[in-house]
Design a binder for this molecule. Structure first.
Ligand SMILES: [Fe+2]
Length: 171
């Protein structure tokens, strides 16, 4: 069923990756994620060096990659990018999603903040539009995230808000 979703997502994006096609993929992801058995029982591994964890469900040769992420309520993820567009849909729990951008002065600021529950999704475009942070609310948030690239194999940027330091590292 994951493989079927990947094929359908690829078709929706065939005409180009933009807000409209990413939203269509988000609606599809929200729909299929409700199907029993869509989310396999799977081992997740630690991400961002915290108790936020993730697992790759499928990654294809063109880069299209579906991941399952669990975002802890204990601590917000660092502000980070992915060097890829993405679609994130909550399947269980609640997530406080913050999307960041550099303002006209080059300062990293929150562009918007959203509370996402099951079936709610957000989308973002390729860099520089791919900076965010997340935190579960009242418990971990389980989420499906589709990327245009296998983001587990490419370095990402971590932004330290206090020092302004930017670190590049593999997840
Ligand atoms: Fe992320």
């Amino acid at each position: 069923m994951v493989a079927d979703f990947m094929d359908r997502a690829r078709e929706l994006l065939a005409g180009g990756v933009d807000d409209a096609s990413l939203n269509a993929v988000g609606r599809l992801l929200a729909e299929v994620s409700r199907e029993p058995g869509f989310i396999p029982q799977t081992e997740t591994k630690s991400l961002h060096g915290s108790d936020t964890t993730s697992a790759v469900l499928q990654t294809d040769s063109d880069g299209l990659t579906l991941m399952l992420g669990k975002f802890s309520a204990k601590q917000e993820t660092p502000v980070h990018n992915h060097n890829s567009w993405g679609v994130a849909c909550v399947v269980q729990g609640k997530d406080r999603y913050r999307h960041w951008h550099h303002d006209d002065e080059g300062q990293l600021k929150v562009l918007y903040e959203k509370e996402l529950g099951p079936g709610s999704f957000v989308t973002w475009l390729d860099p520089p539009h791919d900076i965010h942070s997340q935190q579960g609310i009242g418990g971990p948030a389980l989420e499906l995230v589709l990327f245009g690239k296998n983001t587990m194999t490419i370095p990402r940027k971590y932004y330290n808000l206090e020092t302004g330091e930017v670190t590049t590292a593999l997840p």
